[in-house]
Ligand binder design. Sequence first.
Ligand SMILES: Nc1ncnc2c1ncn2[C@@H]1O[C@H](COP(=O)(O)OP(=O)(O)OP(=O)(O)O)[C@@H](O)[C@H]1O
Ligand SMILES: [Mg+2]
Length: 375
Amino acid sequence: MDVRQSPGCLQLVHKHTIQCGEDMEEKKKTVIEVRDAKKVYRMGQEKIKAVDGVSFTVEEGEFCCLLGTSGSGKSTLLNLMAGIEKLTKGEIIIKGKSIGKMSENKLAKFRQDNLGFVFQSYNLIGSMTALENVEFPLVFKRVPAKKRRKLAVEMLKNVGLKGRMQHKPKEMSGGQQQRVGIARAFVARPAIVFADEPTGNLDSKTTIEVMDMLKAMARQNNQTIVMVTHDRKLTEYADKIINILDGKIESIEIQANSKEGKFPEYEEPEAAEKKSEKSSKSVKDKKKNKDKDSKSDKKDAAITAPGDRQADTDQPQSAGGFDLAYETEKLEAAAQKLIDEEKAAKLAEQSPPEDMAEEIKDGFTELTKENKSGL
Ligand SMILES: Nc1ncnc2c1ncn2[C@@H]1O[C@H](COP(=O)(O)OP(=O)(O)OP(=O)(O)O)[C@@H](O)[C@H]1O
Ligand SMILES: [Mg+2]
């Protein structure tokens, strides 16, 4: 394997050696180890080597990019690392555990406890508000309702969406939806977040905002990111770039001075409240005038409320043999069941049974199938 190092890194290694010496060199903890991973798809007689014997490590707190052209095997590799796809050969060790050896249930629990996902097409649940979408992973982790709400509110504030908590996906821009997606991926504080082309549907300005946020969010709690991209420009945020070609690693680059991110600015609560008071006052004034007018012309008063704007037609589409809308519905029902059960348990003053989470397949894993279906 050809291991290249950017000038920035050489500089750092040099500096480090002088200051600390070889023995004292600070060693980062490895969180992901990929050992000779292979994935072969069979299409009739044809064998497609999507991932062809790759080995590398990802360290704690690292921002790692899998870079390559279309069809090079990036998504397959990411899905293998996230335990969504099964390896044909090799081993993947996450936080010291070989994920290939885990049972389905153990793997689902492991993903809930340790992994987060950000998708290219956001995959938010159309019938839920931004706040409910962010709370969603916490429902499966059985975080009590009050705490869930508090954590989700904090996350949405972090991503600059204080004013959009009650909006449904259809009532937000693509960039805002992806911010919700990021808030959802990070809300349960996973050690690792996997992101497959998270800015693939966004314009260049929004891409920078989303990348900044992803990096800042991960850095804040020393979380590890593995992000797939075909866009060389985005790798400026990466500490490690794994160049993939035809299912193999072409080279690995280490960047010591990767671009850091920043959180979006959002209005301070007081300012926002004052503003909203002011605007609600002006809305009231306008309404007063409008009411006067509406008596003479009712048609003019027919203003559509945000919640009524559109039906929830944005359920994820089905892809290949996998019906994402159906899976989403199943998840929603499972989440509702957990919430209902939580309420019932509260009434009965007893804690809900522990095994409920096993009744459903890991939701976010199901949703990630969309990625490999190539939507
Ligand atoms: N389920 C599958 N069955 C058969 N072949 C597959 C399957 N999934 C992926 N492939 C093949 O494996 C190869 C790698 O696909 P993959 O989706 O990993 O590429 P990628 O680098 O993510 O591409 P893109 O940038 O277009 O998303 C491709 O040749 C693809 O056709
Ligand atoms: Mg892909």
